[in-house]
Design a protein around this ligand. Structure first.
Ligand code: UDP
Length: 261
């Protein structure tokens, strides 16, 4: 199936069930590491100025729409993408997957947070296999210790919460090495462990349904304003792209009309 193109970033047209089906298939196939990215508008803006990040996203095996902005942009640009598949929803669903090969490792967030997130996941999904948790760090110094812990845990699914763009740059950069430690699926999940641990409250479901989670985050975590500056830029770029596409279509229509005359 073709991927949607949201301002140069490819997004797969998948919902949560399809995402899980693909991950289960990769666990069955056991053929190298697959990278899953959960894309929001800040990723798209970052990718436009950071070629390494753009390449990491382009090289991902599955890209889901994490933010409502991506879903809306898809509609406006005539490039429909699936419903949102957020990092937190993906983490919870993986805990419920009940695939014999799914042994999760929660890497990232502040010390203790991944552990608390794991405890909540175990309460909600008693069948989950959480092989290990560690705050770790994206710097090279931490890599040998991460590798040691992955070996010890015999993990197969690595959920990485280093924030963007680092988490996906880190996965892309260490792809081969992580694969040698038995990791079959690695996904960047952003603030998922903060939410699951309860340290950061999730927006009430009516706010999420209204597509206003970004506003809730801004009110609860006002220090994010600088990062959220990416949002108005994203909206402006989507509007410009929509106009350009409409003009191109009109142009093509005129040319086709001339040819048939
Ligand atoms: N984080 C981390 N190491 C870092 C930077 C961030 O573990 O060097 C964690 C942070 O504690 C949080 C997660 O990354 O749990 C995601 O952060 P944020 O909400 O900023 O994610 P984003 O919205 O950028 O995906």
């Amino acid at each position: 199936m073709t991927r949607a193109d949201i301002l140069g970033v490819a997004i797969d047209r998948v919902d949560l069930d399809e995402t899980l089906a693909r991950i289960a298939g990769w666990l069955d196939a056991s053929a190298g590491l697959r990278h899953v990215v959960t894309v929001n508008p800040e990723f798209v803006i970052e990718a436009r100025r950071n070629p390494e990040f753009a390449a990491a996203l382009a090289g991902a095996d599955l890209a889901t729409a994490d933010g409502v902005g991506i879903v809306l942009a898809g509609k406006l640009l005539g490039e429909p993408v699936g419903p949102r598949v957020t990092g937190v929803a993906l983490t919870e669903a993986l805990a419920d997957l009940r695939h014999p090969g799914a042994r999760l490792f929660l890497l990232g967030a502040a010390p203790g947070v991944a552990d608390e997130a794991a405890a909540r996941l175990r309460e909600k999904s008693p069948g989950v296999e959480i092989a290990g948790t560690w705050a770790g760090a994206p710097g090279d110094d931490a890599l040998p210790e991460i590798e040691r812990r992955l070996d010890e845990a015999r993990a197969s699914v690595l959920l990485v919460a280093f924030g963007h763009p680092r988490q996906d740059l880190w996965i892309a950069q260490h792809r081969e090495r992580l694969a040698t430690h038995g990791i079959l699926v690695a996904a960047g999940v952003g603030g998922a462990f903060d939410y699951l641990s309860g340290r950061v409250p999730r927006a009430p479901s009516w706010i999420r349904r209204a597509g206003l989670e970004w506003l809730y985050r801004l009110v609860r975590q006002p220090w994010r304003w600088r990062r959220q500056m990416a949002l108005p830029l994203f909206v402006a770029l989507v509007a410009r792209e929509r106009v350009m596409r409409a003009l191109n279509r009109a142009d093509n229509g005129r040319q086709a009309g001339r040819r048939t005359r």
